[in-house]
Design a protein around this ligand. Structure first.
Ligand code: NAD
Length: 487
């Protein structure tokens, strides 16, 4: 591999350059990467890719696709398993870099999320190997369905949970036999660079995995516009999805879009109240920068006062602090601009007559926004209808199950919902009536990787997870052989 500019991020050396065709490649321009834990501290000047970088990366991915897709599935799976092993052995480095770069709680990264990244590669290695080509007889023929690797895939990720999301999206693309160009978000680009190093270490052939750093509207747009790209896998905001969808449409390229959420957390009077309150308070974690969070608390009127009092106590027990400190439960926000955006939502809510029950201001000495609860004047309030992506929950009371379902379904989003109830019948009814890609009852975030994952409405297009992602990254082909075909 060519020498690349590396900077020390904490105790970890991180390349600030792209990885293209197995080589580190620098751009003349750079963008600044700062730490949410100490905004005055510049972590790195990262290569700022442009249209020529995108062109070069897609060319490398075209070549890489020829080599990678031609390998037997078991060899590709073995390389992905090696990558999983390397992620595991690099656990502490990845966790530290992600914490410094994005602000993620170090404990969560160290104990859960890096391991989940390794699991993503192992899981898709198993899935690819286990796949049988469906075969059936019909009208004097044998039908067989094959998955053909689709070609180079562009994967574009957001700034929240950057490492976990990159591995979740890259793993099925590679497992399906596609080459990849990954473009991470410019607010948290560094853990993707560690992943790039590990793909080389795992022996992926040059060009099978490529990393391009830079600004979305610049190099991101150039990547998605390239007609040689055969799949675009995107996670981010609906606004960006519109641009990416237009570029994909121009090239007749399938794309998936995993977008924002405005999930309800519905609390029925028959539930385990303590567990429901604990779950509601947990929605503040990661400063609410979680697409799946249940940010709209819908509580049965008869228990509203008890719920509110218990939630206040539980919220006050949260510790806003430095993400490296294991006693911290709430990390700072990723970027001053995002903090200002969250602040803007709350100021507009106040001005519109919504009631700030607690919180509602920024901290003076860090990028934290106070944990906030808002009682909206109306279900049409902006704070109820738009994704804030910060530590801001709303609370509304309902009288009947039907009203709870109506409120749950009253936004344009449909990513996830959480229900707390003591009744299995109710769980089934409400689960069936809520429009969302996933509904958890009496639990949250537990999900088998084989399950479909994605949203309805503004929350996205397509499904990731299990076979769904492998199908997306493949072109399905039906082979039909007449029974009388002789050897
Ligand atoms: P964003 O849409 O601003 O950016 C996402 C990525 O797109 C970044 O890498 C960015 O550089 C790139 N990009 C921006 N403009 C582009 C363009 N014109 N062409 C190509 N790429 C472009 O989103 P964000 O602020 O980074 O992420 C937050 C959003 O992501 C929230 O809405 C959140 O809910 C959503 N999200 C969804 C999921 C999910 O699984 N559904 C998971 C995490 C985050």
């Amino acid at each position: 591999m060519a020498e690349s500019a590396r900077v020390a991020v904490g105790s970890v050396e991180v390349s600030v350059d792209h990885l293209i065709g197995g080589e580190r490649v620098a751009s003349a321009g750079t963008f600044e990467c700062r730490s949410p834990l100490d905004w005055d501290h510049k972590l790195a000047d990262v290569s700022r890719g442009d249209a020529s970088t995108a062109e070069r990366a897609v060319s490398a991915a075209v070549d890489g696709f020829d080599t990678w897709s031609a390998l037997p599935v078991r060899e590709r799976a073995a390389a992905l398993r090696r990558l999983g092993d390397l992620i595991e052995t690099s656990n502490d480095d990845i966790a530290l870099v992600e914490t410094l770069d994005m602000g993620f709680l170090h404990r969560s990264m160290r104990e859960r999320l890096v391991a989940r990244g390794a699991l993503n590669f192992r899981f898709y290695a198993d899935m690819a190997e286990a796949h049988d080509e469906p075969r059936w007889p019909a009208r004097g023929t044998a039908h067989t369905v094959q998955r053909m690797p689709a070609g180079p895939a562009v994967v574009i990720t957001p700034w929240n949970a950057p490492f976990m999301l990159a591995t979740w999206k890259v793993a099925p693309a590679l497992a399906a036999g596609n080459s990849v160009v990954l473009k991470p978000a410019e607010w948290s680009p560094l853990s993707a660079s560690l992943l790039a190093d590990l793909t080389v270490g795992a022996g992926l052939p040059p060009g099978a995995f490529n990393l391009v750093q830079g600004i979305g509207s610049e190099v991101g747009a150039a990547l998605t516009a390239d007609p040689r790209v055969r799949r675009v896998s995107f996670t981010g905001s609906p606004e960006t999805a519109r641009h990416i969808g237009a570029a994909a449409a121009a090239n007749i390229v399938p794309f998936t879009a995993e977008l924002g959420g405005k999930g309800p957390l519905i609390v029925f009077a028959d539930c385990d109240l303590e567990a429901a309150v604990e779950q509601a308070a947990a929605q503040y974690e990661d400063s609410g920068q979680v697409c799946l969070a249940g940010t709209r608390l819908l509580v049965e009127a008869s228990i509203l006062d008890d719920f509110l009092e218990a939630l206040r106590v539980r919220t006050e027990a949260h510790v806003l602090g430095d993400s490296r400190d294991d006693s911290t439960t709430i990390a700072p926000m990723v970027h001053p601009d995002h903090l200002a955006r969250v602040e803007g939502f709350v100021e507009r809510a106040r001005a519109a007559g919504d009631t700030v029950v607690w919180g509602g201001r920024r901290r003076a000495d860090s990028l934290h926004y106070e944990l906030t609860l808002i009682e909206p004047a109306s279900n049409d309030s902006e704070i109820v209808q738009r994704e804030v992506f910060g530590p801001v929950l709303t609370i509304q009371a309902f009288a009947t199950e039907a009203e709870a379902v109506d409120l749950a379904n009253s936004t344009r989003y449909g990513l996830s919902a959480i229900v707390y109830t003591g009744s299995a019948d109710r769980a089934e009814r409400v689960g069936a009536a809520v429009r969302a890609g996933i509904v958890w009852t009496n639990t949250f975030l537990v999900r088998d990787l084989a399950a479909p994952f994605g949203g309805c409405g503004l929350s996205g297009i397509g499904r990731e997870g299990g076979d769904h992602a492998l199908d997306f990254h493949s072109d399905l082909k039906t082979l039909i052989l007449a029974d009388n075909t002789t050897a």
